[in-house]
Design a protein around this ligand. Structure first.
Ligand code: ASP
Length: 421
């Protein structure tokens, strides 16, 4: 069994979907599972629809836009305006869920709404492939990927998932399924975190002992830095699982960070390939150890530094730290970098307003808290001193940590107004 994953960009319009069909058709050597994301920016559009509904704003125009852009894709796929009953059925269900979950907790409602991006895309693509003679079966990922009820970040129940996946997929020849979504024991939908379709493909690869997994992207493979931010960026041909997990953990957007563990655990090779140039080699991630790597840069924008200090001048010792770690975990505030001094503990985290606010409410009776917003976390693997100097240019460094292979700096832009000499 082989597992392919196509992300939003690769199915953003009819032309790209036809390209996906060509890639699937060209694959001929055995059973294939194809994991597909929502089309283009549909997930963002659904987030916006949910936001408008919650704020009692008029959402009907947004739903119409969603319908229109999918209808347009259908028209361009089939060359004539095509009424699609499945699309109408799914959009009706979406509107029902907007009403049904209006007063439910936000994260729960989010998953019942935002999951429709993947449900719609896979329904359209599976039907199209069948129409053009690429016979496939559409499998609902909510029936096989079992999670707990941590909405928006469902935790996988591996045992049940493995049982369902093996039973449902093992004897199939070509399966289309949704990335990003799963289901609870109670039949509710969960999502696995933004960009989570890579993780879905890795879960299926693990459960099916896949021969290999391939992620089809709009870049030639894994690059040494984001080409939108840096010049002289190069493709990396081979990457070890260890290097890949470190890079994705630090925020390299090319693969979801949770993807590596399942495929490493079963020693499954992972290809990152370009859907625009499917014949090109891409990047191979595997157990092979490369001894030398070029410098690689990962920039995580939208960071906050939370400074926590004791109110009574007592040391921030193990007892305080274990209490604080628990709070960070409870409020799902992810620690990207941390440091403690005698009476303070500082953490660099993704600047997610609601989560940070909940954390503060929970600890402010015991600690003083100061927060810096609008920061960037720059991680440099296999660094050189010259590169560090050039990355620091025009930045104020608030936080720095240097390990043997990795340097991380939290920076903000130097303000326009500069101190006189
Ligand atoms: N559609 C989801 C997102 O945009 C999941 C994915 O594409 O991986 O985050």
């Amino acid at each position: 069994m082989v597992v392919y994953k196509f992300g939003g960009a690769s199915v953003a319009d009819a032309q790209n979907i036809k390209n996906v069909a060509a890639i699937i058709k060209a694959y001929s050597s055995g059973p294939l599972v194809v994991v597909i994301s929502a089309m283009g920016k549909t997930t963002n559009a659904l987030e916006e629809i949910l936001r408008a509904t919650r704020n009692n704003e008029n959402k009907s125009e947004l739903v119409t836009q969603l319908r229109t852009c999918h209808e347009e894709i259908l028209t361009n796929l089939y060359g004539s305006s095509k009424q699609n009953q499945q699309l109408s059925r799914l959009l009706d269900q979406l509107e029902e869920n907007l009403v049904k979950f209006q007063d439910m907790p936000y994260d729960m409602a989010y998953d019942q709404v935002v999951s429709f991006g993947e449900l719609i895309s896979t329904t359209i693509i599976s039907e199209y492939l069948n129409e053009i003679g690429i016979t496939n079966e559409l499998i609902d990922a909510r029936e096989i990927i079992r999670t707990d009820d941590t909405y928006r970040e469902g935790i996988i129940d591996w045992k049940t998932t493995e049982k369902h996946v093996k039973k449902t997929l093992a004897d199939k020849n070509l399966v289309i399924t949704q990335g990003f979504i799963g289901g609870t024991n109670d039949g509710l939908t969960t999502t696995l975190g933004r960009e989570g379709s890579d993780f879905t493909a890795a879960i299926l690869s693990f459960c099916l002992d896949a021969e290999y997994m391939a992620i089809w992207k709009d870049v030639p493979g894994i690059l040494t830095a984001d080409p939108r931010l840096f010049e002289n960026v190069a493709k990396i041909d081979r990457l070890s699982y260890k290097e890949a997990i470190e890079m994705t953990y630090y925020g390299a957007k090319v693969i979801h960070p949770k993807t590596i563990k399942p495929i490493q655990n079963k020693n499954i090779p992972l290809w990152v390939k370009s859907f625009k140039h499917p014949e090109a080699e891409g990047t191979l991630i595997s157990g092979e150890i490369e001894l030398t790597y070029p410098p690689m840069i990962v920039v995580e924008p939208n960071q906050a530094l939370i400074h926590i200090s004791t109110k009574d001048f007592s040391f921030v010792g193990e007892e305080h730290l274990s209490k604080l770690f628990k709070k960070f975990n409870d409020h799902r505030v992810r620690i990207n970098m941390m440091r403690n001094t005698a009476i303070s503990f500082s953490v660099c985290t993704n600047d997610i307003k609601e989560r940070i606010e909940h954390l503060i409410q929970d600890v402010q009776h015991e600690f003083n808290i100061v927060i810096d917003h609008g920061l960037e976390l720059i991680t440099l693997r296999h660094y050189t001193e010259d590169l560090i100097t050039s990355l620091r240019k025009g930045k104020i460094v608030l936080f720095e940590e240097r390990l043997r292979q990795t340097i991380q700096i939290v920076v903000k832009d130097v303000p326009d107004m500069i101190r006189k000499k």
